[in-house]
Design a protein around this ligand. Sequence first.
Ligand SMILES: NC(=O)c1ccc[n+]([C@@H]2O[C@H](COP(=O)([O-])OP(=O)(O)OC[C@H]3O[C@@H](n4cnc5c(N)ncnc54)[C@H](O)[C@@H]3O)[C@@H](O)[C@H]2O)c1
Length: 352
Amino acid sequence: MPPLRLAVVGCGAAARSCHLTALPHVPQIRLTALIDPDPEQARAALKWYTDQGGTAEDVLIARTVEEAADAFDAAVVAVPHTAHAAVAGDLLARGRHVLLEKPMATSAADAEALAAAAAAAPDTRLLMAHPRRLFPANAWVRGLIRNGDLGTVTRVRWTEGHPYSWEPVSWSMFDRALAGGGVLTDTASHVFDILLWWLGPDVEVVDYVDDSLGGVEADAVATLRIGGVETVLEFSRVRALGISCVVTGTAAEVSVGTDFPAGECTLITASGEELHRGDVSAVPPAQDEWDDLFVEQLRNFADVCSGADVAPHATAEDGLRVARLIEQCYTGPARRPLAQPWLTGTMSRSAA
Ligand SMILES: NC(=O)c1ccc[n+]([C@@H]2O[C@H](COP(=O)([O-])OP(=O)(O)OC[C@H]3O[C@@H](n4cnc5c(N)ncnc54)[C@H](O)[C@@H]3O)[C@@H](O)[C@H]2O)c1
């Protein structure tokens, strides 16, 4: 079978450091187009790709999907969040397979429309880019939960906060019109996917607090009930909160780092016996090298697009659940503003 002809739509930081770094290692795929309204970014992405060992031959540089439409059969979409729905929807309508960056869309309605478009065209595949499913520690915890090794899960605590260090090439993460939201949209879209993958799709927002005053939030705290399990999550783009997740069950408690690699992971029984301390080995499809996460993600996408009998790592349904949950946090009745007395001079009772 000839390689899948692939366009990368949106040629910024994620396109380069995630997808274009991996592509030269995925023989089932041939890069044929780089699409970005800013041709400087597309050209910089092409240079990045060739520096990684990719071949520039046959790679068309275009400003729009329309200009390059005949050049590819599938696309990675790595555009700013608020453009996900329109760009992916256009590609699906043209019959192109899509691997879509997170979050699927910035509204549940847009995510539903994308999922419906994909479902209506079964020969066209829409997969979500949720590479954290391939982190060895995340796959390990899922196995422990599903095998009953923790007993009944009673509580999850997830903390992920550090000064912002990603380097987007545009204002995609800070301008609300492009980003849609802040740390919840960006970071929690990864985390929500993992938690729903671990604990099941049944979720309720008990409490949600963030510091947005109209711009993108830098701090957010969510209390959820997922599969009946009390789950408390704290995110920050400005504070060093650490990066850890603790899952407590009636039989044992597991703790992992939430970044990659996870660092020290522990599994301790309710009676205090230490069953594991240290690294977790990668059980395929999990990967123990950062770049290999994206190689595996693209390999899986190519296999699914070719009609091979393999399960996608993350589906449109998975993306839709995350988009709905983010919207429930932002707009549901549980949302409260974070107290910011340094701005308002007062501590309102509801925001305390
Ligand atoms: N999976 C991960 O670990 C990971 C990491 C970082 C970012 N991301 C995701 O990747 C996406 C892009 O983030 P980024 O950091 O690369 O942003 P970025 O600002 O670096 O790049 C965005 C690029 O998209 C281009 N663009 C804007 N509108 C476009 C359109 N309509 N069509 C084509 N291109 C368009 C911009 O010109 C820019 O070059 C986001 O969805 C983000 O959440 C994923």
